[in-house]
Unconditional design. Structure first.
Length: 253
């Protein structure tokens, strides 16, 4: 197995394993990665143009509403389709564990779910590898793999656990971490506004802003009338259903 470690020096010429082909969005992702690499983010991928990679960083600079000290946080861990069952997941996770040990960290945290959900790491696989459930918020689970005897555990922020916003319309929190989030935020805005419904987009630009998001997963977090709906990117067809439901609720009100 040959893996490539992306660095600020080679990222411009390297494939970043994203399924999105939009060059402008991929470039924004590369800019985000380069900035985070200066803070300690690590990115390893298979030496192939497939979606086989892992991205992680010290929890103090990881863009997730999770609190903890002296831990690694997995941002994204993806081994797709034809590459499954070949040992790539084990190899990438082993690299993360080794980096955490080399940095004398106490453990590794990752956001997942009991039922497999898009964009989240596979909880069943991680639990099989020794991760345990340490916190929950809605359907989201915070898993943790201890590497030392330190009993301190990571946890979601209190704000993330509210899963509510005071804005009574379509509200989207999203980050440059995922090119898909950037692309579909604009699609969502155009589609919903075309239906005469107000939309508030919150593009998160710092770790501090991420820590204040009222949802456990902030790469793409959609709220409607103050209630958290989903972290999964919505197609125009799915948006039409949400818009129709929104209109019915307003009529009832």
């Amino acid at each position: 197995m040959e893996f490539i470690k992306l660095t600020p020096e080679n990222i411009e010429k390297e494939h970043i394993c994203c399924a999105l082909s939009d060059k402008a969005q991929v470039q924004m992702k590369k800019i985000w990665l380069t900035q985070r690499m200066k803070e300690g983010l690590q990115f390893y991928r298979l030496q192939a143009k497939g979606k086989v990679f892992i991205e992680y960083a010290p929890i103090t600079c990881a863009w997730a509403p999770v609190e903890g000290k002296n831990m690694m946080m997995i941002d994204c861990f993806w081994v797709s389709g034809q590459y499954k069952g070949k040992g790539y997941s084990n190899a990438l996770l082993s690299q993360c564990i080794q980096d955490a040990k080399d940095a004398n960290m106490d453990g590794i945290a990752v956001i997942s779910s009991e039922k497999k959900l898009g964009f989240l790491s596979d909880g069943d696989y991680l639990k099989y590898k020794g991760f345990t459930l340490v916190d929950e918020a809605g359907v989201y689970q915070l898993l943790y793999l201890p590497l030392t005897d330190n009993k301190a555990m990571p946890h979601f922020t209190d704000t993330a656990k509210t899963m509510k916003t005071k804005e009574d319309c379509f509200v989207l929190y999203y980050t440059p971490q995922c090119p898909f989030a950037l692309k579909y935020a604009e699609i969502l805005k155009q589609h919903v506004e075309a239906a005469g419904i107000p939309v508030h987009l919150h593009l998160l630009q710092s770790k501090q802003e991420v820590m204040e998001v009222p949802a456990p997963w902030c790469v793409h977090a959609l709220f409607i009338d103050g209630k958290f709906i989903t972290h999964e990117i919505q197609s125009e067809k799915k948006l039409d259903k949400l818009i129709a439901a929104y209109g019915k609720d307003k009529t009832k009100g």
